[in-house]
Write a protein that binds this ligand. Structure first.
Ligand code: GLN
Length: 237
């Protein structure tokens, strides 16, 4: 059970979904909260366990097709994540986790598989695997710097009217429609690995601020050096 006093971070299904170091998103959130004097507790929810509904920020990562299908079935049956989001929790869902949030996604043979319907999106298998660096300009409403990360997925994602694009893709594929990711309320979906929050600490702060309010600035020079190195690698000169 999440405690009442600490900010609770819920890491969903580390046994099924955590490719490309997505668990680093948990570490970045913990560190950026603690540097502001905010106590945190992290709950690792394995796929055999119920998802607690009283958490503050939920994180789910990328994964291979079969664990993705299993994760979607378990989350749908469990229902805890739906209740948490209905109570106002924030969420970052990455790649396979992002696709799972929609109505449907493509399985390992391209067959449609039911998602959990937390975001108004639908994914299918695209014509080719999208692999490489992603750079994207964020929706002006969110006031975030350029997103950087990398992608590795077959899926393409169509956004419905119930979500807004998170960003416009400058380099890479993202959703496959010129946009990268989406958001609705306090739920953010993205194809960005990196981990996404290490490459984009402002996105970590957005998730934190949705739960705790305005945050004091931090010395982000180490993050900024990483960002500049990665952005320069894809946009030489
Ligand atoms: N299996 C999904 C796809 O290929 C997600 C991949 C991932 O999470 N990296 O689209």
């Amino acid at each position: 059970m999440p405690s009442d006093s600490a900010l609770s971070i819920v890491w969903i299904y580390p046994d099924l979904l955590s490719t490309y170091g997505d668990q680093g998103n948990v570490l970045v959130l913990e560190q950026r909260a603690r540097l502001r004097g905010i106590e945190t507790e992290t709950i690792h929810v394995r796929s055999a366990d119920p998802v607690p509904e009283g958490g503050d920020i939920y994180l789910i990562g990328g994964g291979e097709d079969r664990p993705q299908i299993l994760a979607a079935a378990r989350l749908r049956k469990d229902g805890g994540l739906h209740r948490a989001i209905a109570r106002g929790a924030a969420m970052l869902a990455v790649c396979a986790g992002y696709q799972i949030m929609g109505s449907t996604f493509g399985g390992e043979e391209g067959q449609p598989v039911d998602g959990i319907g937390l975001l108004d999106i639908a994914s299918t298998r695209g014509p080719a695997r999208a692999v490489g660096e992603l750079v994207a300009e964020v929706d002006a409403g969110l006031n975030l710097p350029t997103l950087t990360g990398f992608e590795n997925h077959m899926g393409v994602t169509r956004l419905g009217p119930g979500v807004k694009p998170l960003s416009r893709t400058l380099v890479g594929v993202g959703n496959g429609d010129g946009f990268e990711g989406c958001y609705a309320g306090h739920v953010v979906g993205t194809y960005l690995h990196g981990p996404a929050l290490a490459r984009n600490p402002a996105l970590a702060d957005l998730l934190l601020s949705w739960r705790v309010g305005p945050l004091a600035p931090l010395d982000d020079s180490a993050y900024e050096a990483l960002r500049q190195e990665r952005l320069a690698a894809v946009r030489p000169g």
